[in-house]
Design a binder for this molecule. Structure first.
Ligand code: NAP
Length: 326
C-alpha cells in the first residue's frame, strides 16, 4: 500500500504531480474555501502525511485522531497554527518553509510601510471617487520614510531583510529582539534598544516576531501610548501580537498616525470590523509571501519534506525536534 497524503487546499497540479507519482494524494477541491473541520479530522485519522495552510488549525484535539500521521508540512514559515508539542508527543514531524519567502515578505513589509506612511490607499480611494478636483498644497500629506528612524521588533530573517531595504532609504535603525544580535548590529548598522525605548524613539515600527505565548498582545494600550503621535505601525507577522482594540483606539484618537496590517486576530477579518472603518489604516489580506515565484518555491519545499519523511529520510526545516520523543 502506498502512503497517503491529504492536501488541505487546492494547489497547482504541476506542483502536486511529483507526489502523485509516488503516493496516493487526496486534495481539498477549493482554492478559496478552507477545508471543513470534519473533513480534516477524518483525513487526519487516515493519512500518513498532511500538507497544511496557515489557515488550518491543527490543535491537540485535532491530532487526537491521528493514527498513521508521520509528517505535517505547513505552507508558511510561521507554525503557530499547529500544536507542535502535541505533534511531537505523537511522533509527528512538523516542517515549515523558511528563507525562500524572506525577501518577498520584506518587500511587502516595506511596501506597506511606504503605502501607510504616505497614505496611498486613501489617496487612491479619493481619486477613484472623483475627489481629485485640484492639486492641493496639504492634501494627503503623510510622513516621510527617508532619513527617519525605523524600529524593527524581531530581528530575524525577515527583520534583517527589512533592515537592508531601510539602509537604501537612509534610515536610522533601532531593533528589539529576544537575543541581541551583535553581528547584525555591525553588518546593518542597527542599534539594540529595549522595547519601550524603540516605541518611544521610532518614527516607524515594523513587527516581525513570531506569534507565541510571549509575543501575544506584545503591543497593547501601554505600548501604543509610548509611540509618537506621528508614528506608523506595520504588522506583517501574525495577528494577535497587536491588541486590535487598543490599536483601534490609538488610530481613532490619533495618538499614532497610521497602521499597516497584513495580519489580523481573525482571518479573514470580518468586513464589519471597527478597524476597517478608519481612514488611517492600510489593510491587505495576509499577502506577505504572495509572489508567484515564492509561493511555488514554498510548495516545492513542502513536497520535498513530505517525500523525505515518507521515504525515511530526515526532512529539512523541521520545527519540532523529535530526537527526544523518539
Ligand atoms: P525568524 O528568522 O525566526 O525571526 C523571528 C525573530 O523574532 C527572531 O530574531 C527571534 O529572536 C525574534 N523573537 C522571537 N520571540 C521574541 C520575543 N518574545 N521578543 C523579541 N523577539 C522575539 O522568522 P522570520 O522568517 O523572520 O519570520 C518572522 C515571522 O514573520 C514568522 O514567524 C511569521 O509569523 C511571519 N511571516 C508572515 C508572513 C506574511 O505573509 N505576513 C510571511 C512570512 C513570515 P531570536 O533570535 O531570539 O530567536
Amino acid at each position: 500500500m502506498k502512503p497517503t497524503i491529504f492536501i488541505t487546499r487546492k494547489l497547482p497540479d504541476e506542483l502536486v504531480a511529483p507526489l502523485k507519482e509516488k503516493f496516493t494524494v487526496r486534495m481539498w477541491d477549493s482554492e478559496e474555501v478552507a477545508v471543513t473541520k470534519a473533513v480534516l479530522r477524518e483525513e487526519i485519522a487516515q493519512v500518513d502525511a498532511l500538507w497544511t495552510m496557515l489557515s488550518d488549525t491543527i490543535d491537540r484535539d485535532m491530532l487526537e485522531s491521528a493514527a498513521n500521521l508521520k509528517v505535517i508540512s505547513n505552507l508558511a514559515v510561521g507554525f503557530n497554527n499547529i500544536d507542535i508539542e502535541a505533534a511531537k508527543e505523537k511522533g509527528i514531524i512538523v516542517t515549515n518553509t523558511p528563507d525562500v519567502l524572506t525577501e518577498t515578505t520584506a518587500d511587502l513589509a516595506f511596501g506597506l510601510l511606504l503605502a501607510t506612511a504616505r497614505r496611498f490607499n486613501s489617496a487612491e480611494k479619493d481619486l477613484r471617487q472623483g475627489g481629485w478636483l485640484s492639486w492641493t498644497p496639504m492634501g494627503f500629506t503623510g510622513m516621510d520614510i527617508h532619513g527617519t528612524t525605523l524600529g524593527i521588533i524581531g530581528m530575524g530573517r525577515i527583520g534583517e531583510a527589512v533592515a537592508r531595504r531601510a539602509k537604501g532609504f537612509n534610515m536610522h535603525m533601532l531593533y528589539h529582539n529576544r537575543n541581541r544580535k551583535l553581528e547584525t548590529e555591525e553588518k546593518y548598522d542597527v542599534e539594540y534598544v529595549e522595547l519601550d525605548d524603540l516605541l518611544k524613539q521610532a518614527d516607524h515600527v515594523v513587527i516581525l516576531v513570531p506569534f507565541t505565548e510571549e509575543t501575544k498582545e506584545m503591543i497593547g494600550e501601554r505600548e501604543l501610548s509610548l509611540m509618537k503621535k506621528t508614528a506608523t505601525l506595520i504588522s506583517v507577522s501574525r495577528g494577535g501580537i497587536v491588541d486590535e482594540v487598543a490599536l483601534y483606539d490609538a488610530l481613532k484618537n490619533e495618538t499614532i498616525f497610521a497602521a499597516g496590517l497584513d495580519v489580523f486576530e481573525t482571518e479573514p477579518i470580518p468586513l464589519r470590523h471597527p478597524l476597517l472603518t478608519l481612514p488611517n489604516i492600510t489593510a491587505v489580506p495576509h499577502i506577505g509571501s504572495a509572489s508567484v515565484e515564492t509561493r511555488r518555491a514554498m510548495m516545492k519545499m513542502n513536497v520535498e519534506a513530505i517525500t523525505d519523511v515518507l521515504e525515511g529520510r530526515e526532512p529539512k526545516d523541521q520545527v519540532n525536534s523529535l530526537a527526544s520523543a523518539r
